[in-house]
Write a protein that binds this ligand. Structure first.
Ligand code: ZN
Length: 235
């Protein structure tokens, strides 16, 4: 019987939805993020706003929401050169992966999260990785996560469960999930406080939230929100 979880929570739409998912399911929930020299601190700031808003607006979840952790993963910036850690244009590479791909990033994050969960006595690791995402990051695949679950459980001699509630759904369905978990109030919270834009733009407000409106992350979020809205109108 699982009753506690650690959510990998970056402050984006996906991980905010995952946090709501965990809060609806587990009695004790903690959050963790990684600071690895992101080009913009906006996401790390956004996550604090999301946590604050969740506590203020969802009393039943506030009682379950425990400590927030921020771990330094700056070593990633030292070993990899990507558009997320350096000031370069986002582009597709010859191998079919965008240059936002940071080799080993999720593997490192899952390992650090498991070590933290071990210390905090938390059983489930919840992450918003997704195979239907446009980018096809190999370390977001279902097989990778299943292999990590086995490796971490064996390597730490503790049975971890890795949950990936968004693995097979698209962005429209992620908005839908937020609506099912917390109604319009949660959808509004995700729109207002979560941050997805690669360029860190918080100056332009759209019906789907803040962002440049041009980068691949904004494009995906905007299209997903439009599809979610259109489906809602039909129902
Ligand atoms: Zn953007």
């Amino acid at each position: 019987m699982h009753d506690s979880a650690l959510v990998l929570f970056s402050g984006g739409q996906d991980s905010t939805t995952c946090l709501a998912y965990a809060l609806s399911k587990y009695a004790r929930v903690e959050t963790v993020a990684f600071d690895y020299g992101q080009r913009h601190r906006v996401e790390l700031d956004a996550r604090l706003q999301v946590i604050k808003a969740l506590r203020a607006q969802f009393a039943q979840w506030a009682a379950r929401l425990g400590q927030d952790h921020l771990l330094d993963a700056g070593v990633l910036g030292a070993v990899s050169e990507t558009a997320l850690t350096r000031d370069t244009e986002i582009a597709m590479q010859a191998n079919g992966l965008p240059n936002t791909f940071v080799p080993g990033r999720n593997l490192l994050f899952m390992t650090l999260a498991a070590a933290l969960a071990y210390r905090r006595g938390l059983q489930v690791l919840v992450t918003g990785v997704c195979e239907t995402d446009f980018s096809g990051y190999p370390d977001c695949r279902d097989d990778t996560m299943k292999a990590m679950q086995v490796a971490l459980s064996l390597g730490m001699d503790k049975r971890f469960l890795i949950e990936t509630p968004l693995m097979w759904i698209d962005k429209a369905a992620t908005w839908q999930m937020a609506q099912q978990l917390g109604g319009q109030a949660l959808v509004d919270l995700v729109v207002e406080h979560s941050h997805t834009c690669y360029l860190g733009d918080r100056s332009q407000r759209h019906d789907w939230g803040y962002g440049c409106g041009q980068c691949p992350a904004c494009d995906l979020r905007a299209k997903g929100f439009a599809a979610f809205r259109a489906a809602g109108v039909k129902n």
